[in-house]
Design a protein around this ligand. Structure first.
Ligand code: ADP
Ligand code: ZN
Ligand code: ZN
Length: 734
């Protein structure tokens, strides 16, 4: 017998399947991990399949050394998914398998957590004899034995026992074999003791209609519901029904670590049936949650993007909440689209896939319009309240009127009012740090990162300049290192600066900041959010982290300080992303019986996106956007592929780009009409982490032959010093 194996080594040259002999005495099945001789090393490997014979010559054949786990760690479905992803995304098999078997499981670094418990010897006569022979003054031992006899079959942690009884008596009883120590597996479970605060609601007609439709047929549904329309309640109902059919569920939530409320809701309602998978868990928790899924103890997996690779079988529904969220596209290696992976699993399990959003992806809505998905609408807030009114403020006018602060007069007035009413406010600014750059006003010098071609962001609180691309830190400047001038100008207001200004203005109000810098440690998001929830009046300043799904009843005001930040990004989706972000942030206001309002500050108040967003007019926005994409031939009417060519040697990257470009020009001749755009250039950010970056961008008709040809060309142009990544419809071209 032979096993087809992928070795767990990342190396351009070893991305292929190796045959190994399966020794008679080993029980090897597809989907396990094994130890292998590889070159002169011993490495781990994934078994893809078994076969009777091998074409490898006899003298070159090697044997598997041992089996790491007798269990099938990678399910049959996941093995098929891996093959599918290899074809579609042109990824290395080992990178895909690593998604399916997280490092905590693979590398053997994390183990079961066991604790020492104490129980009583189950030989009753032996215990009784011992008790009878005890001297009258051995009261302490007697007490302990009686405790165990009165609490039938109890097994208790040694330290807990020692809190109530004498330590030396416990030790004596252990020595005498009356008490026995045992190792007990302890589950490391996130959010263990959540009290259930679940109130059952009666679904309204829109919600009920959506649930009924979803349960009818195993297809893909787009659940388009305004913020607060009760989408979560629809998901919960679907899940309940699926559980009754004895099937299981995956529910994806963007960056779930940021939304402890959602996790709590699920834990409270479904308790132990829920497994949580996200990056905020400790290694031990991840390990235990993953095995709970593999061992079929969990029936519902709730998690961020990576949870789509959970080894849960017999799926009855897959749910992607906030389906428009960027986090569902993996934009670093291995690159994949969560929607496509979910679609594969939906087809494999023959179950419904539900995509929910207040502002669906243009792509998804297009598919719904073309009957590839079924559209389900929740047009009203569940509590029948109006959506908060959005007021657009022209920041150019403010500036001309002499206001140079980041806050317009209207916003300030409303902020004062909110505080006077003892309510809460959320201020959104999509830029962390104090400012995005610092410039010498005398000579124009701007400090840049030494490893990347980007300017450094100012972090005054930490007295640092930070590179947001590689994380490198430098000392804050007090004067220009070029000309010595002390006139430094700070450009691009960030969260730190906003908080500092607010603290001056409102010294007695609780002010919180939520961004990458304040949420580095485990549970810090949850802490900020719960502190904010408890404080009144209060202001929460944050980046797009605060846009996600939070439900705070006292938030009556939302301020969007610089709406334009996402509008002029290097991306054909920048208008779409702006519409989505503003709608999401605005949706945080007025969610309870209190009326909410939103102030949106912009330097381009006439831009059509703001007018449509202020009217919550998704449909008209969609129509405008889809017309534009059709006339300009952008996705979904075409595919954009970026080939990102990186190398530590600038010349190597440049030469590789040049050669690849010549090849692609030839390819273009074959597919003349179908290739709309082809250009090679230095990437807008020419260097990150000391790697030089060049890129070739193609736009072409949805034609699989072209993409396959591109993959072939990329393979032929890879070399030791140059790495080429292929990205389809990338989130950013920077
Ligand atoms: P969404 O996910 O669409 O933004 P949620 O599911 O968070 O909306 O629901 C918003 C609020 O409305 C929640 O407080 C929820 O408990 C409440 N809600 C949902 N459905 C109903 C209903 N049928 N009747 C009353 N309240 C509801
Ligand atoms: Zn200077
Ligand atoms: Zn850097």
């Amino acid at each position: 017998m032979f096993a087809e194996v992928i070795v767990d080594v990342v190396n351009k040259e070893v991305d292929k399947i190796f045959d190994y002999i399966v020794p008679q005495n080993l029980n090897v099945i597809a989907g396990t991990m094994v130890l292998l001789p590889f070159g002169n090393r011993t490495v781990e490997g994934f078994v893809l399949s078994l076969k009777e014979s091998s074409l490898v010559p006899k003298e070159k054949q090697k044997s598997i050394i041992s089996v790491i786990s007798e269990k099938q760690l990678i399910t049959t479905e996941m093995l098929q998914l891996a093959k599918y992803m290899k074809n579609v995304y042109h990824l290395k098999m080992v990178d895909i398998l690593r998604l399916m078997l997280p490092s905590q499981i693979r590398l053997g670094k994390v183990k079961d957590l066991t604790i020492k418990n104490i129980k009583i010897n189950n030989d009753f006569n032996f215990v009784n004899n011992y008790l009878n022979t005890l001297k009258a003054n051995a009261k302490k031992q007697k007490e302990i034995i009686e405790f165990f006899i009165n609490n039938d079959k109890i097994s208790i942690k040694k330290s807990d026992l020692a809190e109530s009884f004498s330590k030396s008596a416990i030790e004596t009883l252990i020595k005498e074999n009356v008490l026995i120590q045992e190792n007990v597996k302890q589950n490391r479970e996130p959010l263990k003791n959540i009290e259930s605060n679940y109130k059952s609601v009666v679904l309204n007609e829109y919600q009920q209609n959506a649930v009924n439709k979803i349960l009818e047929k195993p297809k893909t549904y787009l659940l388009h519901g305004v913020t607060g329309s009760g989408k979560t309640e629809v998901y919960m109902n679907v899940i309940n029904n699926v559980l009754k059919q004895n099937k299981n569920v995956i529910m994806l939530v963007p960056e779930i670590g940021l939304t402890p409320q959602v996790m709590r809701q699920f834990k409270a309602r479904f308790g132990n049936l829920v497994a949580l998978i996200h990056s905020g868990l400790s290694d031990g928790e991840k390990f235990d949650e993953w095995f709970k899924i593999l061992n079929k103890e969990s029936r519902i997996v709730v998690g961020a993007r990576s949870a789509i690779f959970s080894p849960i079988e017999n799926l009855g529904a897959i749910i992607i909440d906030e389906e428009h969220d960027n986090s569902y596209i993996s934009d670093s290696n291995p690159r994949y689209s969560t929607h496509e992976v979910a679609e594969f699993r939906k087809n494999y399990n023959i179950c419904p896939l539900i995509l929910g959003s207040a502002t669906p992806n243009i792509d998804s809505y297009f598919k719904a319009k073309n009957n590839e998905y079924e559209l389900l609408e929740l047009p009203k807030r569940a509590n029948n309240k109006e959506l908060p009114k959005i007021q657009i403020v022209d920041m150019c006018k403010e500036f001309r009127g002499g206001n140079t602060t980041p806050f317009s007069e209207d916003l300030m007035e409303k902020l004062n009012q909110t505080i006077a009413n003892n309510n809460q406010c959320i201020l959104f600014i999509n830029r962390r740090g104090f400012s995005s750059f610092v410039m010498c006003q005398n000579c124009g010098y701007i400090p840049k990162c030494t490893s990347c071609d980007v300017s450094l962001s100012v972090h005054k609180d930490e007295h640092q300049l930070k590179c947001h691309y590689c994380g490198k830190k430098f000392k804050l400047l007090t004067k220009c290192p070029m000309c010595g001038s002390e006139h430094l100008k700070y450009g691009g207001v960030g969260t730190q600066q906003v908080v500092n200004l607010l603290k001056e203005k409102f010294p007695n109000v609780s002010i919180f900041r939520m961004d990458n810098d304040t949420t580095k440690t485990k549970d810090s998001h949850a802490k900020i959010l719960s502190d904010f929830e408890k404080s009144k009046p209060a202001i929460l300043v944050g980046t797009q982290m605060i846009a996600k799904g939070h439900d705070f009843p006292y938030v009556t005001l939302v301020g969007i300080l610089d709406a334009d930040l996402s509008l002029f990004m290097n991306d054909y989706r920048s208008t779409e992303k702006t519409f989505q972000l503003i709608t999401q942030v605005a949706g945080r206001a007025g969610r309870s019986d209190k009326t909410g309002e939103v102030v949106l500050q912009t330097y381009f108040p006439k831009h059509y996106v703001y007018n449509l967003v202020a009217n919550y007019d998704y449909i008209r926005f969609y129509e405008k956007e889809i017309n534009l994409r059709q006339t300009t031939l952008f996705p979904p009417f075409s595919k954009i592929v970026r080939l990102l060519i990186t190398s530590e040697k600038e010349d190597d990257a440049k030469n590789a780009t040049h050669n690849l470009f010549l090849n692609l020009k030839e390819l273009r001749m074959h597919f003349k009409e179908d290739v709309y755009f082809l250009e090679a250039m230095k990437s807008p950010i020419g260097r990150i982490k000391n790697k030089y970056r060049f890129q070739i961008v193609l736009r072409f008709a949805n034609n699989n032959d072209i993409i396959n040809e591109i993959f072939n060309l990329v393979d032929r142009n890879q070399s030791k010093s140059v790495t080429i990544f292929v990205e389809t419809n990338p989130l950013s071209l920077s």
